[in-house]
Design a protein around this ligand. Structure first.
Ligand code: BES
Ligand code: MN
Ligand code: ZN
Length: 489
């Protein structure tokens, strides 16, 4: 994590430079450093790092290019790139980058490695807490993201329904949250038939974990996460290329847990509820089949058009259950469709909501926290594509178009009483490393939602304890406070 240095510890300064600031910063450097930077052909382009030598050949400092005034966009996570490119040692920011808290977070998240199966003893460069940065908050967010990444990166042989249940219960226990598990045939007794149908063919039973944290009287926020430990497609089996990454199909569950960890550690003033339906979409003699019809928790009958559209089935029961107490806010995360990736690519998950104020907040906090998402519509005219021939609903639209939208519309059928619901169709994976995002598992949208919930419910809690509310990362950049006031409760 971040280093709180002893007064005796020396840290190499990192100078952030833009096209505009470079001449002045250059002039302030010792002659040798100036000459060396010139000899190396250093230019202050975004992402370019230049080590500066001291008189004894030691590392005296680092120049790091960031976006200047002319840039169309700023990558607030860019400074994290240094965590994988600088030599080991202790560093500090000599001047602030565009967002010091996000830069520090990115430093931690860039250095993340999944080392469960392969030791990783590389000595990494370490960063001192930058001036004015709430280190505890940055580390809380990092811990949540790392928890989620570890869960997603773990292959399905070690992250089966039993193991995922254990991970949820461990997190709940760490925060004295009250948890309840419904497993196997008990799902039928509890009227959760869709979770049972999807997961019943797997060796490890399907289950629903339900935990609650915080005072019952506090505003109710419920998170739901798709926990498909492996998605073979079921009898509508996936071809090999489409199946190869399906250990990550519990990425929604991992994201909900990452966000829950941040919320509970911060002690936000909400009654949090987390619902994780956990299954493996496997094939066996008792697998659910195309053409089967099941009555859902809500009572709507669902015809199975495709066993590979399993995520929306388990979410339907979990969302219907969540909806019964009409929480103030209901959020679900799911690696739900390949179509979402076709539309927006792996780095920009679509989200859906009918709550305009929530949509605006999500977009604003997404930009401010460099956790980008993009709103797609719950387009009413497509809703009829989900009508079943023999049942109320079919789990697929039957056509090749708008797959992410029709999946979201399917989920909407199960949310009735809740005023404010948002669905995130995430990818949970980074195919090619970027600053703050190593290749592999990724937690998407949890950081932005943590910042949003902190703004809505955190200040109140901290005020009670007589503390100042936390600084909001990047708040000055894209968040228009005038706009936010209207939706912040
Ligand atoms: N887990 C997949 C969706 C997925 C695939 C997410 C690849 C990320 C990467 C989901 O269960 C699924 O198989 N969806 C089908 C739905 C179709 C059968 C209507 C899809 O997207 O092809
Ligand atoms: Mn599937
Ligand atoms: Zn799936």
């Amino acid at each position: 994590m971040l280093v709180r240095p002893e007064p005796s510890q020396e840290a190499a300064p990192i100078w952030f430079v833009t096209k505009e600031t470079w001449p002045k910063i250059r002039a302030s450097l010792p002659g040798l450093a100036q000459a060396f930077a010139s000899a190396c052909g250093f230019e202050p382009t975004p992402g370019r790092a230049q080590i500066l030598p001291g008189p004894e050949g030691e590392i005296d400092g680092v120049l790091f290019g960031i976006e200047g005034a002319e840039a169309r966009a700023r990558d607030l996570l860019l400074p994290g790139q240094m965590a994988t490119s600088l030599p080991p040692g202790l560093y500090r920011f000599a001047n602030p980058p565009h967002d010091a808290a996000l830069a520090a977070l990115s430093w931690i998240l860039s250095g993340y490695r999944f080392h469960r199966y392969k030791s990783n003893n590389v000595d990494a460069p370490r960063l001192c807490v930058p001036d004015g940065v709430d280190a505890a908050r940055v580390e809380r967010i990092a811990r949540g993201v790392i928890l989620g990444r570890d869960l997603i990166n773990t292959p399905a042989n070690d992250m089966d329904p039993e193991a995922l249940e254990a991970a949820v219960l461990t997190l709940a226990a760490q925060h004295q949250a009250e948890a309840e598990v419904t497993r196997g045939a008990a799902l039928l007794d509890a009227n959760l038939p869709l979770i049972h149908a999807v997961g019943r063919a797997a060796e490890k039973e399907p289950r629903l974990v339900d935990f609650r944290f915080g005072a019952e009287t506090a505003p109710k926020v419920t998170l739901v996460g798709k926990g498909v430990c492996f998605d073979s497609g079921g009898l509508d089996i996936k071809p090999d290329a489409a199946m190869s990454l399906m250990k990550k199909d519990m990425g929604g569950a991992a994201t909900a847990l990452a966000l829950a960890a941040m919320i509970m550690e911060a002690g936000l003033a909400i009654r949090l509820r987390v619902l994780i339906p956990i299954v493996e979409n496997a094939i066996s003699g008792n697998a659910f089949r195309p053409g089967d019809i099941y009555e859902s928790h809500k009572g709507l009958t669902v015809e199975i058009g495709n066993t590979d559209a399993e995520g929306r089935l388990i979410l339907a029961d979990a969302l219907a259950l969540a909806d019964e107490e009409a929480p103030e806010l209901l959020i679900d995360f799911a690696t739900l469709t390949g179509a979402a990736r076709v539309a927006l690519g792996p780095d920009l998950p679509p989200f859906y909501t009918m709550d305009e104020a929530l949509a605006a907040d999500i977009a604003n906090f997404g930009a401010a926290t460099e956790d980008p998402v993009w709103r797609l519509p719950l387009w009413d005219p497509y809703d009829k594509l989900l009508e079943g021939k023999l049942a109320d609903l079919n789990n697929i639209s039957g056509g090749p178009f708008a797959g992410s939208i029709t999946a979201a519309l399917f989920l909407r059928r199960f949310v009735e009483r809740t005023k404010s619901w948002a669905h995130f169709d995430i990818y949970a994976w980074t195919p090619k490393a970027k600053p703050g995002r190593p290749e592999g598992a990724e937690v998407q949208a949890a950081r932005l939602l943590y910042a949003l919930l902190e703004a809505r419910y955190g200040a109140q809690m901290l005020a009670k304890r007589g503390k100042k509310p936390p600084l909001r990362a990047g708040a000055a950049r894209k968040i228009d406070p005038a706009k936010l006031e209207t939706s912040v409760k």
